[in-house]
Design a protein around this ligand. Structure first.
Ligand code: FAD
Length: 385
């Protein structure tokens, strides 16, 4: 059974993140969205409070609480500002955790403390202009050079790219793939445009170009040629952690809906007394609770086995569809005022749409779940437990 109730330590973490979010994030969430500005100072404070490195051992500046703790932080950020949650995920989960899981002792010692403290901002670069869902078909390639590698190519739609200091970059090395640690100061690396997006505004998304960017041998992540395994194991954790943003967003959507349904009167009584509105609330709540159970089960399963595709893909498939449904219904309950740009529900809906695109689209998740079920059935003659 999934453990959906926090342990005592997790409960303390949740309370402190919730208090931080209430004081530092919620009051500026609208500004982050409107001005499309990443709140750097708030992010650095998250580092000082120890929220950025919860999965990283203490010797590198973290607190070694694990992926459940990271999920809790995402859930609480997602409640107030999904875009801050997205940038947090790219920094802590995509970049920092990849470096920890795959980096040499030298790489870990050099870069993890800076990422845990928030002094540096991290990013992970997989997607390219011609390879998104089929990420392994990337064109960016690395050629062996004296004492290192020269990387040529480009990446696009990369979270934090416009301001990151450090990047996990995937490139072809012959017929296989490899991962490298690039720094913003590396010669041959340049930033392209920052995209203007419909949602997740304030989480900067951009392009990167590599023109014979030189990376010394001691900045390869894992062995040369194992990039595909690094991508695949990281993607499952990324899918689960990203899902937590959307349970936070869903909670906010339901809360706003219940509040509005109980106060908005039409025909002489609160709209919440109408059965059609109650039906909406019932489905919203049920999908939210189901999402929570899936997320907490998946984070436990995928922490133990990062190659558990079925758990990760089914979790994010359901949770993100549920969040978009909940945000859409919240807007409907708010009626015309929900459609006005000043209302928070309108932002929830725009942010929720990203859930079905990032970390592999809804279509790819369906494909993965179907494929895993059939593979399991052919092998074991039954459904997975
Ligand atoms: C805000 C944002 C942040 C992002 N952050 C990052 C990041 O930090 N790092 C990073 O590397 N990437 C990032 N991405 C990229 C993201 O992972 C890709 O957008 C996503 O994987 C989809 O790739 P694509 O956009 O090229 O779409 P495509 O792969 O071109 O897909 C287009 C459509 O075709 C469908 N499709 C594709 N293949 C199949 C198939 N085999 N079967 C059925 N349907 C299919 C897709 O589901 C989709 O509906 C980000 C994207 C966004 C929007």
């Amino acid at each position: 059974m999934p453990q959906t109730v926090d342990t005592e330590t997790e409960s303390m973490l949740r309370e402190s993140v919730r208090a931080f979010v209430k004081k530092e994030v919620a009051p500026i969430a609208k500004k982050i969205d409107r001005e499309d500005q990443f709140p750097v100072e708030v992010f650095r404070k998250m580092g000082k409070l120890g929220f950025l490195g919860v999965t990283i051992p203490e010797e590198y500046g973290g607190s070694a609480m694990g992926y459940r703790a990271q999920g809790i932080i995402e859930e609480e950020l997602g409640y107030a500002s999904a875009s801050l949650g997205l940038s947090y995920g790219a920094h802590s989960n995509l970049c920092m955790d990849s470096i920890y899981r795959n980096g040499s002792p030298e790489i870990r010692e050099t870069y993890l403390p800076k990422l845990c403290s928030g002094e540096w901002i991290g990013s992970l670069c997989l997607t390219e202009p011609e390879s998104g869902s089929d990420a392994l078909a990337m064109k960016t390639h690395a050629e062996k050079a004296d004492g290192g590698w020269k990387i040529t190519g480009s990446k696009t739609l990369i979270t934090n790219a416009p301001l990151a200091d450090i990047f996990v970059v995937y490139a072809k090395t012959g017929d296989s793939l490899s991962a490298f640690v690039a720094l913003a100061t590396d010669s041959g690396l340049s930033r392209g445009k920052k995209f203007d997006k419909m949602g997740m505004r304030g989480s900067p998304t951009g392009e990167l170009f590599f023109d014979s960017m030189y990376i010394p041998d001691n900045r390869t992540l894992g062995a040369i040629g194992v990039g595909k395994d690094i991508i695949m194991s990281g993607l499952n954790l990324e899918r689960v952690i990203l899902s937590f943003i959307f349970i936070g967003l869903a909670r906010r959507g339901i809360e706003m809906s219940v509040q509005y349904a109980s106060s908005r009167k039409q025909g002489g009584k609160p709209i919440g007394d109408r059965e059609l509105i109650q039906e909406k609330l019932a489905y919203m709540y049920t999908r939210y609770e189901t999402s929570k159970m899936l997320c907490y089960r998946a984070v436990d399963e995928v922490s133990k086995d990062p190659m558990n595709v079925l758990s990760a893909a089914s979790c994010i498939l359901y949770t993100t569809e549920a969040a978009e449904y909940i945000a859409r219904e919240a807007l409907q309950i708010w009626g015309g005022m929900g459609y006005v740009s000043d209302s928070e529900v309108e932002r929830l809906l725009r942010d929720a749409v990203l859930g079905q695109i990032g970390a592999g689209t809804t279509e790819i998740r369906k494909k993965l779940v179907g494929h895993e079920l059939i593979k399991n059935y052919v092998k074991n003659g039954r459904l997975p437990e």
